[in-house]
Design a binder for this molecule. Structure first.
Ligand code: NAD
Ligand code: TYD
Length: 350
């Protein structure tokens, strides 16, 4: 049986990907290796946990001996690497964790793959799931291409840029078969409510202020998470070794429009008077070094592999809001305890 290691499979994107892969490829064993940080949650995977081609292993990619022992035990044919510290604001508050997991952890996985695959790279693949934030910030015009020079500006994006470079270096130096994709902002069910969309949904639910950084005019290109998972599957199966693929939603929105859209949809879904939630919008101090605009040119992945987003923004948004409103227990569980401390630290007096 083919064995594929997925790291970070208990997180937001990872859980959607693992669910897709486990159901689509019943003859492949998928091992989900995750540290279960605040962002990892096995409740995201209850529908697949008892399937015979799925296994969960709790562990830290920074622990080199543990990674080597795991490779030794399973002899993986492939790696899809998503485990990361992923939130820009946390990286501004404490960068070190990002260096450890995103850079050192990635190198540990690369070293293990190299060691266990070195006699025969045939059929092997190391896939690094990365972000468009490595390219820096755009002005009003233009889009990121795969050839856009790297210009990361936050500790998070700098750590992801470093790991991208290391993945490419292992390809050029040792011939390791790698692919990388750089994707725009994802949204959908199971996203930890530190990120804009679930944070705003959760605050509207509790009639709490809706913190909009700066003027709310920063632009992000939003993609429904299941479309990202499908792109990763396709690139893993059909992409070319050594190549990079940009993935995006072709769906640019200013933050303030996202927040106002959420207010309207939730007022309608909760039967509140439309306009009620918008009163909660509060402009707060901007994020340090806040990138103005991200936008992806996803022509390459469309022309070479035929991928394009399937979920329209309005449908994806309605589905997303409906999921959070009908999974309030999930939201309540992840927003208790340490989340309250995090929220206080980030937003108190902002
Ligand atoms: P997430 O924060 O929701 O999940 C990260 C997962 O990694 C969690 O399950 C966590 O427990 C695990 N993890 C963290 N540190 C670990 C460690 N040291 N060892 C093992 N597991 C560890 O992140 P996400 O939003 O699902 O992002 C997944 C990947 O996709 C990341 O690499 C991120 O950089 C990339 N990405 C995210 C987005 C986005 O919009 N969220 C966009 C493009 C790329
Ligand atoms: P976020 O979801 O943190 O993703 P990223 O920083 O990786 O793009 O933020 C999306 C945008 O929303 C970003 O421009 C920052 C902004 N934002 C707010 O205005 N308020 C908030 O409380 C958060 C978390 C983000």
């Amino acid at each position: 049986m083919k064995k594929i290691l997925v790291t970070g499979g208990a997180g937001f994107i990872g859980s959607h990907l693992v669910r897709l892969l486990v159901k689509k490829y019943p003859d492949t064993l998928f091992v989900n290796l995750d540290k279960l940080t605040y962002a990892g949650n096995l409740a995201n995977l209850t529908d697949i946990e008892s399937l015979p081609n799925y296994e969960f292993v709790k562990g830290d990619i920074v622990d080199e001996d543990f990674i080597m022992a795991t490779f030794d035990a399973y002899r993986f044919d492939g790696v899809i690497h998503l485990a990361a510290e992923s939130h820009v604001d946390r990286s501004i508050a404490s960068p070190k964790e990002f260096i450890m997991t995103n850079i050192v952890g990635t190198v540990n996985l690369l070293n293990a793959a190299r060691l266990y695959w070195k006699d025969n790279y045939d059929g092997k693949r190391f896939y690094h799931v990365s972000t468009d934030e490595v390219y820096g910030s755009l002005g009003d015009e233009g889009k990121f291409l795969e050839t856009t020079p790297y210009d990361p500006r936050s500790p998070y994006s700098a750590s992801k840029a470093s790991s991208d470079h290391l993945v490419r270096a292992y390809h050029h130096t040792y011939g390791l078969p790698v692919v990388i994709s750089n994707c725009s902002n994802n949204y959908g069910p199971n996203q930890f409510p530190e990120k804009l969309i679930p944070l705003i949904i959760n605050n509207i639910r509790h009639s709490k202020p809706l913190p909009v950084y700066g003027q709310g005019t920063n632009v992000r290109d939003w993609l429904y998470v299941e479309d990202h998972a499908k792109a990763i599957d396709l690139i893993y199966q059909k992409g070319t070794d050594g190549e990079t693929y940009n993935i995006g939603g072709n769906n640019e929105r200013q933050n303030i429009d996202i927040v106002k859209t959420l207010c309207r949809i939730i007022d309608l879904q909760l039967g509140r008077p439309v306009g009620e939630s918008e009163k909660l919008i509060t402009y707060v101090k901007d994020r340090a070094g806040h990138d103005l605009r991200y936008a992806i040119d996803a022509t390459k992945v469309f022309e070479t592999l035929g991928w394009q987003p399937e979920v329209q923004f309005n449908d994806g948004f309605e589905k997303t809001v409906a999921w959070y409103l009908s999974n309030e227990q999930w939201l309540d569980e992840v927003t208790s305890g340490n989340y309250l401390k995090y929220y206080e630290k980030m937003y108190h007096d902002r």
